[in-house]
Design a protein around this ligand. Structure first.
Ligand SMILES: [Zn+2]
Length: 369
């Protein structure tokens, strides 16, 4: 009788232990295998203490929202397993040193805590004095103070740094990282990148076939879910030309992130290798207080072959939950990147060609910024 009792107790204990282990394993899988990329859209109004175009909101110096973003990303790095942050450009209002000083201070919150890269917007470059609301024209050439405040030498020391187009400048750069056993490459391109920059970017992505490629560039997709076709005086390529000459060409390409145009949009297009490329616009500068710290983060869940997109405001501790702000994207992460059929159309996770996100919710249409 005692033996039977003991046996029963042992069985119960083993069962309990197994359930506990299973629970622990499930928990471990969830936290260990999902990871996050954070996205900062146009921060130009947060740095604008000089022209004070943000005075229209009547709330003075808005730099606190830039700090709210980077401090939140830093403080939630562990919880969300934030592997990287990208800045979509229009970091500052009109390429002024005092604006860059604010951006440098806000971004340096991440130094040593969260890896990041940045691309230049039209407001970050080519300032030419003139009598208008910016005190000059912007984006008329490729001069910028960016390299003084975010110099290549500083970033080249980092493990995640890959290289730059120009050996002395940080305007066009590539970075790499690994998360959940997957390798990623991020190529950050100048505003309307020149042909020679796209040639360089093509080479970098082609040289890393085992890396999953993300492009960050300022002006690419518009709020109406079409790639921009603007013709500028500035020599370079618009969104549609970037797609034709670069983005569509690579099997390992799966995402383009951009700002510039107001609002939110997603366009999923099929590349030359039948791979699905999610092109995502987010830019909240037209909202109250120049965006009031609204940001994006993308939770990659390899086991589900999904990327969860979240739109969050750390200053207000609020989410946007409309269909254009909170959605999931299919992206196959399970098989090796080079395996045949990884993104075949008709596969479980394939998205129909040129699939579009649902209509925007509370984003008012804001023209080019
Ligand atoms: Zn812009």
């Amino acid at each position: 009788m005692r033996k039977i009792l003991t046996l029963a107790m042992v069985t119960v204990l083993i069962g309990f232990a197994t359930r506990q282990n299973l629970k622990a394993a499930e928990h471990f899988d969830q936290t260990a295998k999902s990871f996050t990329i954070a996205v900062l859209p146009d921060t130009q109004f947060y740095c604008d203490t000089r022209l004070k175009l943000s005075a229209k909101w009547g709330n003075g110096d808005l730099r606190r929202y830039f700090f709210a973003q980077t401090e939140w990303v830093r403080d939630n790095q562990q919880r969300l397993n934030i592997s990287f942050l990208v800045h979509e450009g229009d970091i500052v209002q009109a390429d002024a040193p005092e604006e860059w000083a604010i951006a440098k201070e806000a971004m340096s919150v991440l130094d040593g805590k969260v890896r990041y890269c940045m691309c230049l917007g039209n407001h970050d470059m080519g300032f030419e004095k003139s009598d208008n609301k910016y005190g000059g024209n912007i984006g008329v050439n490729r001069t910028t103070h960016f390299n003084t405040y975010f110099p290549r030498e500083k970033f080249a020391k980092r493990r995640e740094f890959g290289g730059t187009f120009d050996p002395d400048r940080h305007d066009n750069s590539w970075y790499h990282f690994e998360a959940a056993g997957l390798k990623f490459i991020i190529v950050a391109l100048e505003y309307h990148p020149r042909d020679e920059v796209l040639d360089w970017a093509n080479r970098i992505v082609a040289e890393h076939p085992d890396h999953r490629a993300i492009v960050v560039t300022h002006a690419y997709l518009k709020g109406d879910k079409t790639r921009n076709t603007n013709k500028l005086k500035l020599k370079g390529n618009n969104g549609e030309q970037m797609w034709q000459k670069f983005v569509s060409k690579h099997r390992n390409m799966f995402m383009v992130l951009c700002g510039h145009f107001g609002g939110e949009a997603v366009l999923t297009s099929t590349g030359d290798h039948d791979n699905q490329v999610h092109q995502i616009l987010s830019n909240y500068q037209g909202l109250n207080n120049g965006g009031e710290s609204w940001l994006r983060y993308m939770v990659f869940q390899p086991e589900a072959n999904q990327i969860g997109i979240y739109t969050y405001n750390p200053a207000l501790d609020k989410f946007k939950n409309g269909p254009s702000s909170r959605f999931d994207l299919d992206y196959p992460m399970a098989p090796p990147l080079t395996a045949p059929g990884i993104t075949q159309p008709g596969a479980a996770n394939a998205v129909k060609k040129e699939a579009e996100s649902p209509a925007g919710d509370d984003q008012k249409a804001v023209p080019e910024e």
